[in-house]
Structures are given as C-alpha cells and as structure tokens.
Design a protein around this ligand. Sequence first.
Ligand code: FAD
Length: 321
Amino acid sequence: MARKVLTLGEVRDGALRNVSFETIGAAKIAAEGGEVVSVLIGNDVKSLGAELIQYGADRVVVVEDEKLVQYTPDGYSQALMTVIDGEKPEGLIFGHTALGKDLAPKIASKLQSGLISDATSVEEAGGNLVFTRPIYSGKAFEKKIVTDGLVFATIRPNNIAPLAKDESRSGEVSSLQADIKDLRTVIKEVVRKASEGVDLSEAKVVIAGGRGVKSEDGFEPLKELASVLGGAVGASRGACDAEYCDYSLQIGQTGKVVTPDLYIACGISGAIQHLAGMSNSKVIVAINKDPEANIFKVADYGIVGDLFEVVPMLTEEFRKL
Ligand code: FAD
C-alpha cells in the first residue's frame, strides 16, 4: 500500500547527520512507492534541504524560527505537529538518536499512535511492513508487523543503508510558518565538551578500551590506532567508573549504542550490558589476556594477548597500508 512517509532531518553544527539519510532509506521502503517528505526544523537550515533530496526525499518541508535554534521537545513538537497537520502522513520515521528517542514518544502520544522504537531493519513481507528490533539487550530480535494505522518508527543509526547520493536529483524545498508558542524550556547556552576526532555514534571504526587499559594513559595506544584507522575511541563502563576516561565514551546498555563496520575491544571482558551497545557491529575484534573472556563469544576475530603489545603492533601494521 503506497503511503506518504515523513522523516526528520537532524542537523548538528550546521550539517546534516548521516541518520537523516538513513531515515530516508527506511522511509522509501515504508512508503511502498508513496511519497517521502523530509522535515527540517531549526533556524537558517533551508539550504540543507537540497542534500535531503539528493539522498532520495521527494520533497522537503522546512520550519524555521529563532525559537528553534536549539532542540527542545516543546519547540520541535510544535513545529512537527504543524507539519503533520498539514501533510497528514501515513508514516513517520525518525532516527533512534538522543533527539529521536526524546521526540518520537511525545509525538506518538499526541497522535494517539503506537511507536516501534530502535528498529534495525524494515522490509515488506507478505503484504505487510515488518520492522525488526533487538530485545533483551540485543540477545534476541523481535519482528513487529504493522497491520493498520500510522507507521511510526525510530531506526537505529548505522543499520539501514542510505540511498546513494544523486546530485542530479532536484525537488521542492518549501517553507512552512509555524506559530511557535512560548517555550517552557529555553536553552541559554550550550557548553560543549571539547571532543577530539570522529563522533563516536557515527564512527565506522571504534576502538574501545575497558578496565584492562589500567589508567588514563593506557588509552593513548588506543587513540593512536583510532587516528590511523580514522575511527573513534569508546569505552566500557568499567573504564569510565575507574575514571580512565569520560562517561561520554561509554558504550552499552546505559551508554551509547554503536554499530560500526569495525569494533576493536581492548581489555573488555564482554559483560552483557556492554554487549548491548556493540554486538551489532559488523566485524568485532577482541583483544584480551584471558582466553575465557566472554567478549570472545561475540568476536569475529579474537587475539589472546596483552593489549599493550598487540595494539601498537596493529597500529604499526595499519600505518604501512
Ligand atoms: P572488567 O570486567 O574488569 O574486564 C577487564 C578485562 O580486561 C578482563 O577481561 C581482563 O582479562 C582484561 N585485561 C586486563 N588487562 C589486560 C591487558 N593488559 N591486555 C588485555 N586484556 C586485559 N558496562 C558497560 O560497558 N556499558 C554499560 O552501558 C553498562 N551498563 C550497566 C548497567 C547496569 C544496570 C549494570 C549493573 C552494569 C552495567 N555495566 C555496563 C557494567 C558491566 O556489568 C561490567 O561491569 C563492565 O562492562 C565491565 O567493564 P570491563 O569489561 O572494562 O571490566
């Protein structure tokens, strides 16, 4: 059944995040031949609309207001509800990002709709739309079949491939005026922690350290390997709790969920709460002194050894390529 599906473009530091293109890829499947309309919310964001079209959106609707410079659930939901009232979509697909996780349930409750959260794939099967999502911290997957009503889902970043960029594509990028009422929350200032290198949640390569790195300095070889591979550094909660690194690097059930092409776990035992955040990575390499470590059960390649010997060797070899 062809349907109109809305996606939400996410903007960070003046550029679209990859997940914006992945939601279009998912929406194309969910639309089953219908129209995909991307929504851009912010202030001075209209120029980004063309890129969403190049990644497959049929149309872009832009809501701009100076009250929307920063994300607030209040402001964004007012803007989005204005678009939804006008467009009357049969589907909505957001990224399962910090923003999507916050906004989607709010919109779902306003629309009195169900919500499939954290989907890792969507397909058409037997005349129905089927979303797959991890359960029990990624130990199993369940399939959700949409039989009727609004198709509303958030998709996990780095799982559903975006369409190839087609620079010859063009389409309508229109502005919509929304009456954004006074916001209950106003963001006065955003103080960013200085972060080096690649964004962990979007990195294609993640080098993660656990308690086995033993100190803050123990992360240095991992940072070097990450820089040679163009990747980001992550950590287990064990390493964060031990104050070897900042909690913003934590991967797992109570940290970030990452699905890079390559995940190298260094000195991480592989507790279930850690696996919940990385077991969907495409290729997992584990380096651990203990051959019985649980991490080897999910690893594609295991290296039993001291990370302080193995990691510099890998860095040297990759440098030669
Ligand atoms: P450890 O379990 O201590 O493992 C260290 C590993 O390093 C060992 O396997 C050891 O053999 C190896 N090692 C030591 N020295 C070396 C060396 N020189 N070379 C190679 N290997 C070496 N954890 C998370 O990671 N993320 C979460 O989001 C998370 N959420 C949680 C939520 C809840 C409610 C709870 C209860 C726990 C959570 N945890 C989480 C904690 C989790 O249970 C583990 O305690 C934690 O993941 C362990 O971290 P670790 O593997 O770094 O440390």
